[in-house]
Design a protein around this ligand. Sequence first.
Ligand code: URA
Ligand code: CA
Length: 431
Amino acid sequence: MRMYDLILKKRNGGALTEDEIYSIISEYTKGAIPDYQMSALAMAIYFRGMTPEETASLTLAMAHSGDMVDLSPIKGIKVDKHSTGGVADTTTLVLAPMVAACGAPVAKMSGRGLGHTGGTIDKLESIPGMRLELSVEEFIDNVNKCGISIMAQTKNLTPADRKLYGLRDVTATVDSIPLIASSIMSKKIAAGADGIVLDVKVGRGAFMKDIENAEELADLMISIGNSVGKKTVAHITNMDQPLGLAIGNALEIVEAIGVLKGGGSKDLLEVCLVLGADMLKIAGVAKDDGKAKAMLKDALDSGRALQKFKEFIKSRGGDERVVDDVSLLPKAKYIERWIADKDVFIKDLMAMELGLIAMKLGAGREKKEDSIDYSVGIMLGGKVGDLIKKGAPIATIYANDKNRMGWAAREIKKYILLSDEPVERPILIHK
Ligand code: URA
Ligand code: CA
């Protein structure tokens, strides 16, 4: 099989066979296919698409390109949750302890942030002492003892996806539905969960800008998951505006603790309840939506979810006192508030741009190798439709550099739009 012929076949609109796809992925992982040929293939896939069968083969070939994690030493049905990436999306940090407190084991491998979106591992590492680079044995032991573990993806999880994603990122081939579906599902399948709950983001801050594309992506991922025997469901949720109010690593820990204490962002909680209910149903812990949501609310109201988060932090060597005293988290040197000089409604919060401002303050990475500053970011005063009273903050900026603070304070005003008239709240969960 010559790579040239396979590129030509896809370029001309043909479908690759399972054998052809497995061979491409194994040769590419070994380094026997050069990046320029793989880039050409990615671009041909971008324009020609893939059949559901090709996408399923690509997913499985990438899943098997590295470690296949075996979670069978953990008792019970393990359900994973995945978000396609967003801004102020702190769901995992709220959801995982809530679900674990209801008795479903949570064994989650997470990534780090890139570009305008944050990553769960970075957020958790803002808690002093946390160690999340675990071996699979430590991970399994953590879940068996604590009911919950979250670890950084192992180095050898889906190496083919790691290489290909890096290539797509610099060749304008990220936003292809079959490439995104196979990238996400290969990691989920290799990470070993029995069931998968997907949060497919749609809107200006997401890969999918419209609902039709988001639905196509969701349907494709559901069919791949179910075809390998993993019960898979998806929700399509709004990412026109940030989900929660905090953008930045330690700030998002503060927000997650706030929600676990019964306060914080209502939208964030709503998405957690919807995704969490599916996790409990798939795990066989709750029979229907009503029961699942009641269990999750009880875990929250009784303080058991918060207690579970604390237990998890302690089990990973972290300072669990942050749960009661968030001032133990890294603090920014400069804090600047944009104060409302009259009563105003929030008309628009541009998710992508706000995520990029936080990234440039140091909260995220432009390139994989960049280091991040846990303390910086943006805390929003409300969501679209909320009234900000005169004298209250529209947004608060956290920075460690005076120049960057000045820049962010000017920039943020372009991407948070205000109105004197009431503004309708956008739909949070589309489907
Ligand atoms: N997230 C992934 O893991 N892969 C993609 O291709 C897009 C989002
Ligand atoms: Ca994420």
